[in-house]
Design a protein around this ligand. Structure first.
Ligand SMILES: Nc1nc2c(c(=O)[nH]1)N[C@H]1C(S)=C(S)[C@@H](COP(=O)(O)O)O[C@H]1N2
Ligand SMILES: [Mo]
Length: 493
């Protein structure tokens, strides 16, 4: 067994070049792209943001098992063992070659890893053979220990080399300009964030960068330096444009609060966050290029090959729709798209918020299909009006009397006009809607409940500013977002 593990570690993470070319990662990425959509959706809903760790862990376990098998086989017939190692290497090379960001060097980590593995295996088999140089328990232990240590050291060095790469350094060097139209950042409105409720679990109005949910298909955060970033805007335009990061920073940037929501968010879920984004309006960028007649889609591609299709009408109708470089006063965190991403109010992230965006093509829905649409999700997906109860938590116990009920509600681009709560299926009663910066963000709400002893079910519903109430229809996230009322069960004593 040690045999197999030492073998694996020696063979595996010699990866360098780019973290996304490491054997485990390329194979993982290839799996992500090829698994049936329901499996990917299950992974996102079951493991949430840990889905990547689970996948990489599973592949690692499989590789260890195969490496152990290689070790055992090699003791009988060396060629069989080497064959298994070669097979592992070939899978890595194939996966690396089919990545959208593949370079000529991408297959190297897998190929070299497999070669090192095969060499180690040959050496070990010879030395461990009866009469070989490492025949005998002590020598055997020393040799296997040495190989395992060398493998771990190589793997560790590889991780340091790949981990401390340039995007983080580049990010540390970015100085964001102040927004063109205001000297001070827009503050959180007075009256939001009632302290005692936030202390007991009401979601704060502003979501910090570290608390912001992360959803994407990237197993390793793309390692993209600001100084290497360019954006190409092309397709059905009068003038093709190419922007560098400095070009973008030199444009008049605006800062907007926008609440971002994931279409995978279940009723009551927390794939939603509210941040202050600094960026250049997409409408202005598109106007510079001159959109040609008949175009209806903005097809965005990220550095790692993910694609999404945003409807041009929404991106240019005057709502807040940005090519963003800043999040809450900082350069975008790497997980959230450094150096540049899109954010559009009122559209779910998968049809609007391309992270690490490097290519924008003006085209038509009739002509192109993006990543999630190919996997059965909707082509167009405006955010559905939604509301959530944060306090009390479900299955909480409360004292009879006045119990504050509170949460958040969102209908980006339309705004929230009312929130109501009902107890045990009774009448809908008005909650107090707290102030928000604009219709592009969520708002918090509070309801003073006169709680009587017993078990109770609380439900919430919001009405958007067009007067449309949130639908009661219970619908799962696929294909265009979940709906239904959020509810909590509370025991009052
Ligand atoms: N490059 C890239 N951009 C992406 C995605 C992705 O998988 N890859 N996922 C989208 C989805 S589904 C959502 S909900 C948002 C999430 O943005 P966040 O991780 O910053 O919260 O990013 C969008 N942009
Ligand atoms: Mo999403």
């Amino acid at each position: 067994m040690t045999f197999g593990v030492g073998q694996l570690v020696a063979g595996l993470p010699l990866g360098g070049l780019s973290p996304s070319a490491a054997p485990l990662v390329v194979v993982g990425d290839a799996v992500v792209d090829r698994v049936p959509a329901p499996v990917e959706e299950f992974a996102i809903s079951a493991f949430g943001t840990a889905d990547k760790a689970v996948l990489l862990g599973t592949i690692a376990v499989l590789v260890v098992a195969l490496a152990a098998a290689a070790g055992l086989l090699a003791r009988r017939r060396l060629l069989l063992g080497v064959g298994v190692v070669g097979f592992l290497g070939a899978v890595g090379v194939l996966a690396a070659l089919t990545r959208p960001d593949a370079t000529a060097l991408s297959p190297l980590p897998s190929a070299l890893g497999a070669a090192a593995g095969a060499y180690t295996l040959t050496l070990l088999t010879r030395r461990l053979a009866p009469g070989g140089r490492a025949d005998g328990p002590r020598r055997r232990a020393v040799l296997l220990g040495g190989v395992a240590a060398a493998g771990l050291a190589g793997g560790g060095a590889g991780r340091v080399l790949t981990g401390a790469r340039s995007a983080e350094q580049s990010r540390a060097g970015v100085v964001l300009p102040a927004p063109a139209e205001a000297a001070a950042p827009v503050p959180v409105p007075a009256g939001a964030d009632p302290a005692p409720l936030v202390a007991t679990g009401l979601t704060p109005y502003a979501t910090g960068n570290h608390d912001f949910y992360r959803i994407d298909t990237a197993l390793v955060v793309p390692d993209l330096r600001a100084q290497d970033w360019t954006l190409r805007l092309h397709g059905m335009v009068e003038r093709e444009l190419t922007l560098t990061f400095d070009d973008l920073l030199a444009l008049p940037l605006v800062e907007r609060w926008i609440t971002l929501t994931c279409v995978s968010n279940e009723v009551g879920g927390d794939y939603v966050g509210n941040a202050r984004w600094l960026g250049y309006p997409l409408a202005d960028l598109l106007a510079r290029a001159g959109v040609r007649e008949g175009a209806d889609m903005l097809f965005a591609t990220s550095n790692d090959g993910f694609t999404l299709s945003a409807p041009l009408a929404e991106a240019t109708d005057g709502r807040d729709a940005l090519l963003a470089v800043g999040m809450n006063g900082e350069p975008l965190p790497r997980e959230h798209g450094f150096p540049v991403r899109m954010v559009v109010s009122g559209l779910y992230g998968f049809v609007s918020a391309c992270k690490w965006v490097t290519d924008l093509e003006v085209t038509r829905f009739a002509e192109k299909t993006a990543y999630w649409t190919e996997r059965g999700w909707a082509e167009r997906a405006p955010v559905k009006t939604a509301s959530r109860i944060d306090v009390p938590r479900s299955f909480a116990t409360a004292r009879a009397g006045r119990v504050p009920v509170a949460g958040v509600a969102w209908a980006q681009d339309r705004g929230i006009s009312a929130v109501e709560v009902r107890v045990d299926g009774g009448e809908w009663l008005p909650a107090k809607v707290l102030p928000s910066v604009s219709e592009d963000t969520w708002c918090q709400w509070v309801f003073d409940w006169d709680a009587e002893p017993g078990g109770h079910v609380l439900e919430v519903r919001a009405t958007d500013a067009t007067g449309a109430p949130q639908t009661a229809d219970v619908v799962a996230p696929v294909p265009d977002g979940a709906s239904g009322y959020d509810s909590v069960t509370v025991t009052v004593e």
